[in-house]
Design a protein around this ligand. Structure first.
Ligand SMILES: [Zn+2]
Length: 143
C-alpha cells in the first residue's frame, strides 16, 4: 500500500515542503514515486524532507517552448540534480538573483534545491551555491 505517493508529493510541494518518497522498511528515498521501493520492494512510504543540497549532473537550455504555457519563459535552463539524500530530480535552474546574473553552469557544481513556481505550480528549482563564473561559450547561460 502506497501511503506517500505522487499525489502526496505534489501536495507537499504545494505546501512549500520539499519532500520525497521514503521507504518505511529500508529508508531509501526514490523519485519519481512508485508503488514499490526500488531498493527493497517495500510498499509503504512516508514523505521525507530533504536538505536541498545537491550536485548538478546535467543541464540544457530550452529555446523552443514545449507548450504555449512556456512561450514567455524561453530561453530557460533545466537540469538534473542528485540530491545529497540520493534521488535524481529534474529542476528549473535559476541564477542567484533572477534576471540579473550570468551563471557558468557546469556539471558537478553544488546547487541548492528549493521550491519555486513555474506556471503557477510549485516545483523544485535549483540555484548555484556560488556564482563565480561569467563567461561566454556553450556552458554559460543568462537567466
Ligand atoms: Zn525500501
Amino acid at each position: 500500500m502506497t501511503t506517500f505517493g505522487d499525489r502526496e508529493i505534489w501536495e507537499s510541494w504545494g505546501a512549500q515542503e520539499l519532500c520525497f518518497q521514503g521507504c518505511r522498511a529500508c529508508h531509501a528515498l526514490q523519485h519519481p514515486p512508485g508503488r514499490l521501493c526500488s531498493s527493497c520492494h517495500g510498499s509503504e512510504f512516508d514523505g521525507v524532507a530533504v536538505s536541498g543540497k545537491a550536485a548538478l549532473l546535467a543541464w540544457s537550455v530550452v529555446h523552443r517552448a514545449p507548450s504555449p504555457d512556456f512561450a514567455d519563459q524561453v530561453p530557460y535552463t533545466v537540469g538534473v540534480v542528485e540530491l545529497a539524500e540520493g534521488p535524481l530530480v529534474e529542476v528549473r535552474l535559476l541564477a542567484g538573483k533572477p534576471g540579473s546574473e550570468k551563471v557558468g553552469w557546469k556539471c558537478g557544481i553544488a546547487v541548492e534545491v528549493t521550491l519555486g513556481y513555474v506556471n503557477g505550480r510549485s516545483v523544485p528549482v535549483a540555484r548555484p551555491l556560488q556564482v563565480t563564473t561569467i563567461s561566454t561559450g556553450t556552458d554559460t547561460e543568462l537567466l
